[in-house]
Design a protein around this ligand. Sequence first.
Ligand code: ATP
Ligand code: AH0
Length: 395
Amino acid sequence: MALNRNLQQLFNIAQKDNRVGVGLMSGTSLDGLDIALCRFTGHSMQTQFELLNFVTIPYNDKFKSEIRQVFAKRQADLELLTLLNARIGRYHAELILQAFDEWKINPAEVDYIASHGQTIYHAPARQHNRTGYPDATLQIGDGDHIAVKTGIITISDFRQKHIAGGGEGAPLALYGDVLLGSKAGEGRLLLNIGGIANATWLPASQNLSEVFSTDIGPGNTLIDAACKKHFDQPYDKDGAIALSGIVDETLLNALLQHAFFEQGLPKTTGPEVFNLAFVEQVISTLKAHEIKPADLIATLTAYTAESIAQFVSKYVSTYVNIYVSGGGASNPAVINYLKKRLPESKISNTNVLGINPDAKEAILFALLGNEALGGEPIAIGNNPAVLMGKFSFPY
Ligand SMILES: Nc1ncnc2c1ncn2[C@@H]1O[C@H](COP(=O)(O)OP(=O)(O)OP(=O)(O)O)[C@@H](O)[C@H]1O
Ligand SMILES: CC(=O)N[C@H]1[C@@H]2OC[C@@H](O2)[C@@H](O)[C@@H]1O[C@H](C)C(=O)O
């Protein structure tokens, strides 16, 4: 009996030795959609990869503000959430087609799309503390819309399987970091500074049981939020505002008392926890304390960098090769603080590993899509050995 058209196409793609796939990431910074066009040869520990094209297409202010109405909020308009699930899926498909146009790529040359979607709420059990409820996370921007509009098989909603297998749904970075970033004889820390900062430790032994990946704390999320509120700017370009201000050590120390930093690894978090309401609440406990906007940005920048430095000292080693990715890698105020705090570490950018630091997370999802099509579950550290993602078909 013949397979239907969708399954036949899936069967053909799954049997290929090499695949061209698109990885999509729309992170917690809500800056835009990262689109990475990749070619993968092989799978699992034999994966070879080439980045063919990459672009970040910025979101316009109206779109950002619509997402913000439901993003990381305990209470939200359910109708808007429902509408956004479809709208984001369709919009992402339009942006992919726009990128293909610019790259002169025919959609028929692309085997699959792997879409992260937009995280709306992240609620690990450690954080929600509701008896009887599991770890949970929600990403929207339904894959069916992407598959139908582009005509390309789409794999999406990767995080649910990680949770079903016993994880918190994040960070998923380690699956890509192990396959693309590890090297025998060199201990490496791959540090991503996005909205939230996370890291993967890749030991020199390449022993998968020693690998771990965890969120560290705030990345750019608080800096961005304070820039928006006090300077009407989406972020602190090149750390200019932070470098013009003075770090308020009292506030910095108070912020570092957050219970998240004391919790064991691995752990995950988000803007549900690290937001301006938390910062303002901490400021309100510091009696007779006034802080100028530029000093606030300087302090929040130091908060990001100091929490990363403390994590490195506590869990890795102060003498380690650190490879940074994510938008925070372009913030000299963060990177210079880290270099001062960890003088024995060698801090560089993932470019030196052949991985574009802005594209790294989009590449990760392309890689997870390649695994979903042809890989095998791999046990890494205490992460679930699962193949992640759900399939959406064009027809
Ligand atoms: N030149 C720059 N100077 C300072 N900060 C920058 C610069 N370029 C990017 N950034 C920061 O990086 C952010 C975007 O980072 P990125 O794209 O890694 O986030 P994301 O993908 O949303 O994050 P996440 O990993 O949390 O999902 C911007 O909002 C800004 O804070
Ligand atoms: C729930 C969620 O969207 N988490 C993101 C977020 O952004 C950074 C950090 O928090 C990380 O845990 C994760 O993304 C990356 C891609 C990951 O899973 O590795």
